[in-house]
Design a protein around this ligand. Sequence first.
Ligand SMILES: C[S@@+](CC[C@H](N)C(=O)[O-])C[C@H]1O[C@@H](n2cnc3c(N)ncnc32)[C@H](O)[C@@H]1O
Length: 304
Amino acid sequence: MNDVHVPVLAEEICYWLSPKAGGIYVDCTLGMGGTSLKILERAGNNAYLVGLDRDPEAVAYAEKNLEPYSQFVKIYHGNYSHLIEFVHQAGFEKVDGVVFDLGVSSLQFDKPERGFSFSSDGPLDMRMNQTQGPKAADLVNCLSEKELADLLFVCGEERFSRRIARAIVEARKTYALDTTQALVAVIKGAVPSAYRRGRIHCATRTFQALRIRVNQELDLLQPALQDAVSLLKEGGRLCVVAFHSLEDRLVKHLFRSLAGGDHPTITVLTKRPITADEQEIQENPRARSAKLRVVQRLPEEALS
Ligand SMILES: C[S@@+](CC[C@H](N)C(=O)[O-])C[C@H]1O[C@@H](n2cnc3c(N)ncnc32)[C@H](O)[C@@H]1O
């Protein structure tokens, strides 16, 4: 397999999903197909897999990488907000397992021309699906100072959100902020020097906030997870890997609410999130912030 993107916690996902021959699995964030490949290998030769990704480039890679299993795999270019339609289109009503491996793939992050990384220069794009929607540059150049500050505060948990927003609005009076390094320079000029020299790069949180908004990451996730739960057979499992605290908090609270109350639909199998061990982190630094949570669909009688 062409492994530009090393899947995170793929062993643990397989352990919890426990894929079996004849089972039906959905990978909502196919990427290059690494996690899916492991699921298919683990299941033996005849499990079915429906894979989705909103990034056409990822879909092309996944098709190539999953070629040996092509008769068991249906791959769609699309958003997981249409998860149920894709599963029905593939000919299935209910499934045995669903996986969300959230965040950006290395395929996206490591390409300067995609604009996700503050470490290299490129257009300020950040769209996972480059065929539609506004780019990060459109937000940076069009939102009001207050809208920018709120975005950086809410989606980036950036404590210097107001200063950075003010500096962006000031800078764009004289030039368009349309490259990653132009934005990094403005951020560096806006924050205190101690923050500039801090443990994490001072542009990390601004870039996270823009990426979340450009791709509507938090807005789309909750309804998609609810759809995933509704697709599960009794005993079917949903595995979600989150990479930042906003995402993980959303997953945790949703799972807690679906598992509680008078009509619980799931039980939470991971009381604490599963994290990568030191060896995986050494081999794949992206794994450092990953958190896996798993739930299981309750039997029908428990739902009434
Ligand atoms: C971390 S990568 C997944 C990597 C994958 N597990 C692998 O082994 O290659 C996340 C992928 O999810 C996709 N993605 C993010 N949000 C999506 C959405 N709303 N609908 C469909 N795909 C999405 C991204 O385009 C990206 O390719």
